[in-house]
Design a protein around this ligand. Sequence first.
Ligand code: ARG
Ligand code: ASP
Length: 693
Amino acid sequence: MKRVTFLFVLFFSLTIAAQQGGMWIPSLLKGMNEQEMKQLGSNLTAKDIYDVNTSSLKDAIVHFNGGCTAEVISPNGLLLTNHHCGFSQIQSHSTLENDYIKNGFWAKSYADELPNEGLYVDFIVRIEDVTQQVLLGVSDAMPEREKQSKINSNSNAVEKATKKEAWQKTKIKAFYKGNRYFLFVYERYEDIRLVGAPPASIGKFGSDTDNWVWPRHTGDFSMFRIYASKDNKPAKYSFDNVPFKPKHFLPISIKGIKEGDFTLVFGFPGRTNEYLPAVAVEQIIQKINPSNIAIREAALQVIDKAMKEDDKIRIQYASKQARIANYWKKWIGENLGLEKTNAIDKKKDFEKLFLQKVNKKGLLEKYGNLLPQFNVLYKEIEPIAVKRSNFLEVFIRNNELMQLMFRMYQLESSLNRGDTYFIQTKKNVLSRAKKLFKNYNALVDKGVFNAIMPLYTKSADASIYDKTGFTSFEDTVQMLTGTPQEIISKINSDAAYQYAKPYFEEFYSTLNPSFFALNDKINNLQKLYIKAQMEVLPNERYFPDANSTLRVTYGQVKGYAPKDGVYYYPISHLEGVMEKYIPGDYEFDVPQKLQDLYASKNYGKYADENGKMPVCFLGTNHTTGGNSGSPAIDANGNLIGLNFDRVWEGTMSDIYYDPEICRNIMVDIRYVLFIIDKYAGANRLINEMKIID
Ligand code: ARG
Ligand code: ASP
């Protein structure tokens, strides 16, 4: 009897260890997750992580500008996030004279902290399951339109009835593809100032060559501060605002980490697709990824070359280049990983098992047709999905003149909705144009046009760059002056607009409608597929796909073996920075001061027990885009690192999570503090933190 229990426990813990993965809803950790976290070494209770009535870890976590994560690390609203998350702010304050990208930036006092127009952070106040209310009167049999409008009106009613303070906001999000709904009450702070950033040679060390790769040596962090009104409430930027007082801030442990230690990553993962059928994954691998990779590769060749030749262009295009390069490389890794792990075959095996279970439970009638229907729909949507995705890459994401023309097209279309709407749209378009032209180089953009347009259409006519009236912000203001009719007629006589317009018309009149008609059906099917899996395989663990809401993921510090004969240790050191050092290189240069600190081993209390300076470490936390800047938290709720990336072999974790090789990459908090303290001498920041040594 005893032996059986022992074996059972052993088996149970082995399956858990093997199954690691998942991004969980913070308000639902009691039970399975809490238990599993304890097994992995945590001392935290579910209530320590998320609680509504008393302060908890969640009160230190913010969604940073809707895309990244950041955490509060002092009683004065000091925020820590990644260098790459704050990069567009760092970039926007940079000039040739004050090049904060190259030299870093450290505010000497509160008064020196730099405001950032449009930048905001959201705190989650509480999370409520509102599935019943949202799905009231909704049935699977309803036509899609009707269903969606019922869901919308129910959601509006729930939000209206939600008790909240005047400065709080609400939103409702679908989970498990619409099988469940959760309401979020949140607070948005809009006066967020730049406090500090290391030079790119630390914060972006290794750049694209090292991006998505282990071993890693990047000090990927930057610092901001939340400012609030005098009564500590959200407020627009004002000189009179004061540093925000948080309900909780993360204490920082510099005791150090070792393989096997518990880690928890708390943040806002953006989007994953873990429950796709094999046929969908096949389409991503074979069609969507390769064509988009080719487009970005062509654009990057032009931009990279121009950036290397001209310092002004380097600054202007730094942020845009990083954005384009990031997913270009991600998609390549994703494809390699999906192929190497035989994700398609594994999905197909799962689908066989699923069908067997469906059959066994007598549910063939109800669920037997799901997979064949997926096959039909994905076949049908394929050419449309590929073309639409390529359209977005070519016209919206990689070419700036086309992107501007797209705005003009939206402006023209807005006239249908009346003059007031037109005027509002014009304001938006102008503010976009202003940002665009601040960092615009027509020659670079023309080069990009020439490189990528032929990948979409046979008629790529770059002469529009010599003829267009949209060459500067001032020109654009001129073009948009006059009555709505005059403006529309001026735009329509512009060569660039004339070139682009037919593609936009095609996008709106055929591409989008046919895509969404099929995609709605696919989504519906996906919702049913998840429900069916939960019903026929009730003992599996189902975490909801990422949807830009607050999640907890946990695991341990752990290395990995990506191929035969190779094992990667989970911790990197400053030695590795020096091994990679290439004097004067745009990716691997090392600042003199850091070299000096290395030479004198002047690491202060931040060195590890062997006197070495740790830089980055790996964990088995299941993360994705949006988790950047998320805190890595130890077994006692202290900050030990900052999440910023994943390993090359495991970038497919958004679609297929393999616990053997999927790892997240964090920068060790000791390296962050060492840079702030010893490299930058920014003691005033160190002094406001709570450091446990
Ligand atoms: N790959 C990481 C993420 O997805 C870091 C990207 C920033 N670095 C870069 N070289 N673009 O965001
Ligand atoms: N680097 C990503 C981010 O910016 C994180 C990831 O995709 O692993 O959120």
